[in-house]
Design a protein around this ligand. Structure first.
Ligand code: D41
Length: 671
């Protein structure tokens, strides 16, 4: 065989293999190779096609994306109309549907093929000689739009059918969807790009398919399940809907794995309830169940009325979206000080639950929706997530209501609110003083990695704050055994133990104290860095943003949080009281020369025998090193103890230097 013929053969083998693995992944949901293995095959094919462009065919798996943007979509006439579905909203309507069908057919029982009703976009796929040649939206059922270039970018849709026993011409119909996770990720991306958010997965799927630039569609996480066939030319298909679906699956088309055949209305309703229970845990949105008479001969006898078949029925779930009036916007202050605008709504049933409040997330979201008090809004309650306002019906707006702005002062403690640039959340600056944040502040202060006050658990903190024995964290050090013993479920013994634990916590470190204050964006590592860099609380209290930003790993957001925190009079007061109660050893500020590991980044994995990982971390940090949790190309050393995790493998893969415990100890001693 000539070299070229061999390459040609290899190209064809690769295509077959890639198509097969696509089928394992998308249709059987049971991949045989890893993503990396798949990528290798695809890359090899790309490489060969790059060297031999004459071998490229339109149905090659490398040819999904690439076309230039369109000016507009061409119109497509559906040769076999895409029918619509009759709806049912109650069990009795399903009963009627079944009875009417059986009467027309003069049968006493009926088998139904049942499947979830996906909330996406119906499309038609035309395969000629097994090759995808045209994809069109349903449109009005007779005329749709040609979205072939976009549909080709959907990995779940085969560009070529598997096997060779398919009809010359086969029109497959189904629903293009976006998964819930894909929807969240897409909106996250949109938010980052300051682009329009999609209200729900259906809109996201529709919006993505109706992109004129297929390169954009290619970035959208779209998927597909087929639900039927249209025009079929050539070999005839099997005599039942369920069997046709199985056949489509064998040709490489994804069929919903939840679909099955049931008996009679009873079977339909059982399936309906089962799926209602499963609805929230499915990876995609469904808005009901579709029942279809399974036998095609019976379908044919039943025919259709007014564009909807008499042999199929959509049994809808309670809607997840409803319209109602936005009565007012309230603000809730969370335990972290975040201000959340909450929509007060005219109560409305959504998905079977009465909803009178919904979150509006933050100021950006209010602006994006342009939600104003008095507006008609769309509320969505999907699964167990909190209800959200997803849209405003602008056409129903009366008069010219004012835009809403989050308050400049905290509704709980009247401290100023701030919104840091680059962040969507507005925070109360009340910090330790704000009642909304008090419990959280005390819990954090007492926690193990902060002041480590043993015996001061969450329940007790809540009692202390509710009983107003603790109004700020400094009050903790004024608590007496008598006061504590007076609390519910508090014996003399535990009261005196707690006072002992409080006394023990009076001696701490500057880093722990800084961390314990609960300054926004100041975690343990930042607190340690600050302590080492500035050496004293006084120095940190007085520092300005510009100076803070010269410290390694302190960016503008952290710098601003720190300065804002110490600017607040309430915080100054609490700190003033605390430093009378607490002490820590002086911190030596080391010069760069004394920080031999400055700028080096370490990751620790596995168990060390001579010290804990935390101790090793502290010692490394004292020498100027940075200790992080995950291995990347930027990591300088990975310290590997007994039974290391995957981090050791990753280090090896990335070629990062690996230290065992002996090497670590040597390094620490030298420092
Ligand atoms: O999941 C769906 N959205 C779905 C839609 C489905 N599972 N089956 C469907 N079956 C039909 C018939 C019975 C007419 C073949 C459908 C639709 N139609 C449909 N989708 C949009 C309009 C009609």
């Amino acid at each position: 065989m000539s070299v070229l013929a061999e390459i040609h053969k290899r190209v064809e083998t690769l295509r077959k293999e890639i198509n097969y693995h696509n089928y394992r992944y998308y249709v059987l949901d049971d991949p045989e190779i890893t993503d990396a293995g798949y990528d290798r095959l695809l890359r090899e094919l790309e490489l060969l096609e790059g060297e031999h462009p004459e071998l490229i065919t339109p149905d090659s798996p490398t040819q999904r994306v690439g076309a230039e943007p369109l000016k507009e979509f061409a119109e497509v006439q559906h040769e076999v109309p895409m029918l619509s579905l009759a709806n049912a909203f109650s069990d009795s309507e399903v009963d009627d549907f079944d009875r009417r069908g059986r009467e027309r057919l003069s049968v006493s029982s009926q088998e139904y093929s049942v499947e979830p009703k996906l909330d996406g976009l119906a499309i038609s796929l035309l395969y000629k000689d097994g090759v995808l040649t045209r994809a069109a939206t349903r449109g009005d059922g007779t005329k749709g739009e040609d979205v072939t270039l976009n549909v080709r970018t959907i990995d779940a849709i085969p560009l070529r059918l598997l096997g060779n026993d398919y009809p010359r011409e086969l029109e497959v119909r189904g629903e293009v969807i976006i998964t819930k996770a894909g929807f969240e990720a897409l909106n996250q991306q949109q938010r980052k790009n300051d682009a329009k958010l999609f209200a729900n997965p259906r809109n996201a799927a529709a919006g993505s398919l109706r992109q004129l630039d297929p390169r954009i569609t290619a970035t959208r996480p779209l998927s597909f399940y087929c639900y039927g066939v249209g025009k079929v030319d050539g070999d005839s298909l099997p005599p039942r809907h369920s069997e046709i679906m199985r056949q489509l699956k064998n040709w490489g088309l994804p069929v919903n794995p939840e679909s099955r055949v049931v008996n009679g209305v009873k079977g339909c309703l059982e399936y309906y309830r089962e799926m209602q229970g499963k609805r929230d845990s499915l990876p995609y949105d469904i808005d009901g169940i579709v029942y279809k008479v399974d036998r095609l001969d019976q379908q044919k006898k039943l025919g259709f009325v007014a564009r909807a078949p008499r042999w199929a029925l959509a049994h809808k779930f309670p809607a997840q979206e409803e319209m109602t009036t936005l009565l007012d916007i309230d603000v809730q202050v969370g335990r972290t000080g975040a201000l959340t605008p909450v929509a007060r709504l005219e109560p409305v049933h959504v998905g079977g639950v009465m909803v009178s409040n919904a979150t509006l997330h933050n100021q950006d979201e209010i602006d994006r929706l342009d939600a104003r008090i008095g507006d008609t809004v769309i509320v969505r309650r999907a699964g167990d997530v909190i209800p959200q306002v997803v849209g405003v019906v602008i056409s129903r707006r009366q008069g010219r209501p004012r835009r809403y702005k989050l308050p400049g002062t905290c509704p709980v403690c009247a401290s100023p609110t701030v919104r840091l640039s680059g962040e969507a959340v507005t925070y109360c600056t009340g910090g330790l003083y704000c009642a909304a944040q008090r419990k959280q502040a005390v819990k954090h202060f007492a926690s193990r990695r902060a002041m480590d006050i043993e015996g001061l658990g969450d329940k007790l903190v809540e009692q202390l704050v509710d009983e107003q024995l603790v109004n700020d964290i400094a009050d903790l050090y004024q608590l007496s055994v008598a006061q504590l013993a007076g609390l519910d479920r508090m014996a003399e013994k535990s009261a005196s133990n707690l006072v002992k634990a409080l006394d023990k916590s009076r001696t701490t470190t500057l880093a722990r104290f800084l961390y314990a204050l609960g300054i926004h964006d100041v975690g343990e590592t930042t607190a340690q860095t600050l302590a080492r860099h500035f050496g004293s609380l006084d120095a940190i209290r007085k520092v300005d943003e510009a100076t803070l930003m010269t410290v390694s790993d302190v960016g503008p957001v952290v710098a601003k949080s720190i300065v804002e925190f110490f600017k607040q009079t309430h915080n100054q007061e609490v700190i003033g009281k605390l430093i009378k109660e607490i002490n820590w050893p002086e911190v030596e500020v080391k010069s760069a020369a004394e920080l031999p590991l400055q700028g080096k980044s370490f990751v620790l994995t596995g168990t060390l025998s001579s010290m804990t990982r935390d101790e090793a971390k502290a010692e490394l940090q004292a020498l100027g090193a940075k200790v992080t949790g995950s291995v990347s190309k930027k990591t300088d050393y990975v310290v590997v103890g007994e039974n290391p995790g995957s981090k050791a493998d990753k280090a090896e893969k990335l070629g990062v230097e690996i230290l065992d415990e002996t090497a670590l100890q040597k390094l620490l001693k030298q420092g």
